[in-house]
Design a protein around this ligand. Structure first.
Ligand code: PMP
Length: 311
């Protein structure tokens, strides 16, 4: 297989490590325009989002690169967040959110980091009408470890259906994630690591927090489904590999040589089995794709420049 980015990392390709993060320093968090000590902030118990899930979040990653920390595909993450905010009637200023993300990473002196912006409706009564209600924005960060996806997941098809897009559009709306929590709980209770959703026609949707790809006879396919979140990692991998994006039945997925999940947090995560059907333990193509993805997010591929925002 020829990946679109077959380039080896540029010369001097030492493994990039994040700078050591002092665990003593109190973490800072950006809230409504200012940085604060994270532990000193509290939300009131009447917070609307706490009762009804009326919030929108993102999951973003920053990476330590040779030229310092950089955020991967920040504009795309914030554009998706704005869509969710618009749907819920919250103002969302991408320029301000960009500043907030960069300022929080800078304040916490992080290299490899997970970044969590959250916009939500605050206090002001229990009604469902959010017109005129106050809303807030925060950005929290946490240090991530390298190579989170060393363990190949054992996956099971959930008995729950994915929120249909006609009821809840596939955006990162807080309340929508109760659906993922139910699926995860149910499959974990049956001894699996992760859940995946299929629809009523036995077409594959996605996992609880990641999209799915498969490899068959050297060809890479991205699972497409209207109820699945249009993942930014998925889009990245389609561009890097030239993968075909189309609807995939469960039958076809189970016939694959390799299956992997992908997402900002998961990165490229080969799947060991789905309900007892085991896939190639070596997962050679998935590993190759994971390596190209890793080089790209760390600024070492020809694709990196357009997708990294320096901190
Ligand atoms: N599906 C769901 C339900 C998710 O929560 C995520 C993580 N954001 C993904 C897919 C992958 O999306 P992305 O690659 O943009 O992180």
């Amino acid at each position: 297989m020829q990946l679109n980015d077959g380039h080896a990392p540029e010369a001097g390709g030492d493994t990039v490590r994040s700078e050591p993060v002092s665990t003593d320093a109190p973490q800072r968090l950006w809230f409504d325009g200012e940085l604060h000590e994270a532990g000193k902030l509290q939300a009131t118990l009447g917070t609307h989002a706490l009762h009804y899930g009326s919030g929108v979040f993102e999951g973003i990653r920053a990476y330590a690169t040779r030229d310092g920390a950089a955020v991967f595909r920040l504009p795309e993450h914030l554009a998706r967040m704005r869509k969710g905010c618009e749907l819920l009637g919250m103002d969302f200023d991408i320029a301000q959110a960009t500043e907030a993300v960069l300022a929080t990473l800078c304040a916490n002196r992080l290299g490899d980091a997970y970044v969590r912006p959250l916009a939500w409706y605050g206090d002001g009564g229990f009604g469902l009408d959010v017109t005129g209600r106050s809303h807030h924005l925060m950005v929290a960060t946490s240090a991530t470890n390298l190579h989170l996806n060393g363990n190949r997941a054992r996956v099971s098809v959930s008995r729950w259906r994915r929120n249909p897009a006609s009821s809840l559009p596939p955006l990162k709306l807080c309340g929508a994630y109760v659906n993922s929590i139910l699926a995860k709980r149910e499959t974990r209770a049956r001894g699996f690591d992760e859940a995946m959703f299929v629809d009523d026609n036995n077409y594959v949707v996605e996992c609880t927090g990641a999209n799915l790809f498969f490899v068959r006879d050297g060809a890479i396919t991205a699972v497409e489904h209207p109820d699945a979140l249009p993942g930014i990692t998925r889009d990245t991998l389609i561009r890097l590999t030239g993968a075909d994006s189309r609807p995939v039945s469960m039958e076809e997925l189970l016939d694959a040589d390799e299956v992997f999940a992908c997402g900002t947090a998961a990165e490229v995560a080969p799947i060991a089995e789905i309900d007892g059907r085991r896939f190639d333990a070596e997962s050679p193509l998935s590993r190759e794709i994971a390596a190209v993805y890793a080089a790209t997010v760390r600024g070492e591929s020809s694709w990196s420049g357009r997708w990294l925002t320096r901190v």
